[in-house]
Design a protein around this ligand. Structure first.
Ligand code: ADP
Ligand code: MG
Length: 267
């Protein structure tokens, strides 16, 4: 039996993680059994795969004792299995805690021991709190990728996530550049990647097709399968699948981080 490939995708809120996760999941589903685990309180990772929002594990366990696999697992596009951890009610509780509850339940229900080829975690990384670090920590994901643009705040979050990865000694596979369309964006991200001892594994341009698909709650692969954008998500999925280069990143300290931008824009 082939070993399951377990991937965690991190990045700042709103940077494009869920779009990437759902599209690469759709790409893998063409010849693999795939499970997607949304670990963001927004709980919208799997919306474009299932065609609507699904109930979250936290919501389900709040309402029902002894939830079963059928309660938490939803079938999506081309057989992708989908789960959302969910989050606490606004103003109470810790968001990362939802991830812990969700992963424990999935384990209890034996969902991980299934015949899966690929498991993808979509994790919010603005704050690498204990809960959000679970996919890095407890032997749930084998490799981690960070989605970033060339923007200051996106790279700031990326650098923080690198600190978490270093601390937990996870295997870092590299950066996915989800372009915002700023000048020299790929170059900025490439240089940042180099500074922390890593590289870019894929580049996704900005495209209107993302919004057009999202409005219909579909992935780009489903809505525009023959588009160039769909091809780029397939290519990214492939680079991640084939990747054998992992590092422990060397994040920048606060001064080095500021200097990186000063140097970049003054040269
Ligand atoms: P995250 O999961 O990191 O919070 P999302 O994947 O939900 O981010 O993306 C945030 C917004 O950015 C969405 O409305 C999405 O449509 C848009 N978006 C993401 N990637 C692209 C892209 N490559 N081109 C255009 N819009 C994008
Ligand atoms: Mg998301």
């Amino acid at each position: 039996m082939s070993k399951t490939k377990r991937i965690a995708i991190y990045g700042k809120g709103g940077i494009g993680k869920s779009t990437i996760v759902s599209n690469i999941a759709a790409a893998y589903s063409e010849d693999h059994k795939v499970l997607v685990i949304g670990c963001d309180p927004k709980a919208d990772t799997t919306r474009t795969l299932v065609g609507k929002r699904i109930p979250t594990i936290l919501d389900i366990v709040r309402k029902k004792k002894g939830a079963s696999s059928e309660d938490v697992l939803f079938g999506g596009y081309s057989g992708v299995r989908c789960v959302e951890s969910g989050g606490p009610e606004p103003g109470v509780g810790c968001a990362g805690r939802g991830v812990i509850v969700a992963i424990n339940l999935l384990e209890e229900l034996g969902i991980f021991s299934d015949d899966l080829d690929v498991i993808i975690y979509d994790v919010l990384g603005d704050v690498v709190c204990g809960g959000f670090a679970v996919p890095l920590r407890e032997d749930f994901a084998d490799e981690v990728y960070i989605v970033t643009s060339g923007e200051y705040m996106a790279l700031y979050a990326a650098n923080n996530i690198c600190k978490g990865i270093k601390k937990l000694k996870s295997r870092f596979g590299g950066f996915i550049c989800n372009c915002r369309g700023i000048e020299n964006e790929v170059d900025i991200v490439g240089r940042f990647a180099e500074r922390v001892g890593s590289r870019i594994v894929g580049i996704i341009p900005r495209s209107q097709l993302v919004q057009k698909s999202e409005i219909e709650a579909k992935t780009v692969l489903e809505k525009f399968p023959d588009s160039e954008q769909a091809e780029l998500y397939r290519k990214l999925a492939d680079s991640i699948y084939q990747n054998r280069e992992f590092v422990i990143p060397q994040p920048l300290d606060a001064d080095e981080f500021e200097e990186f931008f000063h140097e970049y824009f003054n040269n």
